[in-house]
Ligand binder design. Structure first.
Ligand SMILES: [Mn+2]
Length: 321
């Protein structure tokens, strides 16, 4: 991994933009804000940060997240010296911001998805790392950068969320080593846990209870799924954030091997979020042009929800579960 090149390019760039992926999660946002604060702390340079879709309110506690810009705030003709994508597995995951990436004098891609094809000038991809937050921590250590408390809070949040609170199988000894060093810097792990996992709104809980009560089960309950209609979301006043963690709740049932949630989108297409205990759901999602990780993946089927669910069930039927 070319850490000195990363250090040199950040040092020599006057204006830097960091971009997170569409529908941002804790890893892409924690990584973006962590990199921002590390560059500020080590070089006294203020980067721009860009989120191409809304930042979920649960992450409002991240240091400096209030300075994150949206595409509407950006000068689309601007040529940055350096654009860094964090946790962005494929170029299309930055949507309209692709124009800023393409105009940049130099581009960097820091990630941990094994499907990342290395689309930038410099690619720092560690598919064994739990999260992009973990990749960044290693980068900072190897480059000899100082890591202050703000940076540590951001990286810890990135690792915490992508490992599902150190429960998923991407949690390795190195993940704990990294978390341990961040706690030594001053991160309060129980405080961050509460901020991330115990801050659900009443609407979210009531809406998810409704979705779960309508769940369907097949193959001796090995498959669990639920379809979320727009009219239900409207009835509960639920937004996209209210879907967070819903698929995991279906997977948590003892008999479940594969779980999915199908969501009717405004466009009329249907978005799938899939989880499994062992089966490779990324493979299933790839059939429909999506992807992700083995146990957590997603895709969009351009069909009305009932028809799209049928397509998905047909695809699952062809496989052994
Ligand atoms: Mn990630």
């Amino acid at each position: 991994m070319d850490y000195s090149k990363l250090n040199d390019i950040i040092k020599s760039s006057k204006n830097i933009l960091i971009i997170s992926h569409v529908n941002p999660d804790g890893d892409t946002l924690g990584s973006m804000c962590g990199l921002f604060s590390a560059i500020y702390d080590n070089f006294k340079k203020k980067c721009d940060m860009l989120a191409v879709s809304k930042v979920p309110s649960v992450y409002e506690f991240l240091p400096n997240v209030n300075t994150v810009k949206s595409m509407d705030d950006m000068d689309k003709s601007r040529e940055y010296d350096l654009v860094i994508n964090v946790d962005v597995a494929s170029f299309d995951r930055i949507c309209d911001a692709g124009i800023l990436f393409e105009k940049a004098k130099f581009t960097v891609n820091i990630d941990h998805h094994k499907t990342n094809n290395g689309y930038a000038d410099l690619n720092i991809i560690d598919a064994c790392a739990s999260s992009t937050g973990e990749v960044l921590f290693e980068c900072f250590e190897k480059m000899g950068w100082k890591i202050n408390l703000d940076t540590a809070i951001c990286l810890y949040t990135a690792i915490l969320t992508d490992t599902g609170s150190f429960r998923f199988d991407n949690t390795k000894p190195k993940t704990f080593e990294c978390a341990s060093k961040l706690i030594e810097i001053g991160v309060n792990s129980s405080d961050l846990y509460k901020k991330v996992y115990e801050s659900d709104s009443k609407t979210l809980v009531m809406f998810q209870a409704h979705c779960i009560s309508k769940a369907k089960f097949m193959y001796d309950d090995k498959l669990a799924y639920t379809a979320v209609y727009r009219k239900d979301m409207e009835k509960f006043g639920a937004n996209d954030e209210c879907m967070e963690g819903l698929t995991e709740k279906l997977r948590a049932i003892v008999t479940t091997q594969i779980a999915f949630v199908a969501k009717e989108m405004k466009s009329g297409a249907t978005k799938f979020s899939m989880r499994s205990k062992f089966a490779d759901v990324a493979q299933i999602c790839e059939v429909f042009g999506g992807g992700g990780h083995k146990l957590a993946a997603g895709c969009t089927i351009k069909a009305p929800i009932d028809e799209a669910v049928k397509k998905m069930l047909d695809e699952i039927k062809q496989r052994e579960i």
